[in-house]
Ligand binder design. Structure first.
Ligand code: ZN
Ligand code: FE
Length: 252
């Protein structure tokens, strides 16, 4: 499974997946037709388009790509009326095969009510859209904060070595927020140095891993005493910590 990272719009990422065994080509969240087609063209075909959620900055390339390559569009069944050109409806925990590559649908509502992530179990790769970011999590638009916390925890429980490909390059800004409430986290400080050097060279900070996120992403660290203490909430349950962090991040 080969992945090409495609930078789109201001800070979006689309991902092209090549299955070398079967020559099946897929793309995750084509934000922008022109940027995506520049890469798709090289392969002369596009079999599948996978959407994590219905927002325009994740589906805007759908119809033009479908028209040009006759691709099938996959998305959550609950979003069948909002994902342009959708042709295959996916359910929670469903398994699906693109070429020889199996993925499982992880239902991750919160950012939108029909958000899903795609987990490729064998290669240990997850595409998280706008649910889990490197050092952050998505804004809660359509769901509740508890739903988002639950969705983030589903991803947190994937195998630690799982590589995470998310929908946006928000890492640097996210790191400033993490550092504010987790200032003594040495792994975080180390990661921030790496992020700066990557961004200075205009390189993506993606992929990250579940393990790295558990060590550095404050939204995955709501259970820790030092984080609770930094928020003056040392006796509060984890979901209240998450809620507080999400509120603080909204105005950061
Ligand atoms: Zn979104
Ligand atoms: Fe987005």
């Amino acid at each position: 499974m080969k992945i090409e990272i495609i930078a789109c719009l201001n800070d979006n990422y689309s991902y092209l997946i090549e299955d070398k065994n079967t020559n099946i080509i897929s793309i995750i969240d084509p934000s922008d037709f022109n940027a995506c087609d520049k890469i798709v063209k090289k392969y002369k075909k596009l079999d599948y388009i996978l959407n994590t959620h219905h927002h325009a900055d994740h589906v805007d390339g759908n119809l033009q790509l479908k028209k040009k390559y006759n691709s099938k569009i996959l998305g959550f069944t609950g979003d069948k009326d909002r994902i342009p050109g959708i042709s295959i409806l996916l359910n929670e925990n469903q398994k699906f095969k693109i070429g020889s590559l199996d993925f499982k649908v992880i239902f991750t509502p919160g950012h939108t009510s029909g958000h899903i992530a795609f987990f490729f179990e064998e290669s240990k790769i997850v595409f998280t859209g706008d649910t889990l970011f490197s050092l952050g999590c998505g804004r809660v638009f359509e769901g509740t904060c508890d739903q988002m916390f639950n969705s983030i925890n589903k991803l947190k429980n994937l195998p630690p070595e799982t590589k995470v490909y998310c929908g946006h390059e928000y890492t640097k800004k996210n790191s400033e927020f993490c550092l504010k409430y987790d200032p003594k986290n040495l792994k975080l400080i180390e990661k921030i140095n790496l992020i700066s050097s990557q961004r200075n060279k205009n390189l993506p900070t993606i992929p990250t891993t579940i393990q790295e996120e558990k060590e550095t992403n404050i939204f995955l660290r709501c259970n820790l005493a030092e984080v609770k203490k930094a928020l003056n909430m040392k006796d509060q349950p984890d979901h209240e910590i998450f809620h507080k962090l999400r509120d603080l991040k909204d105005t950061f």
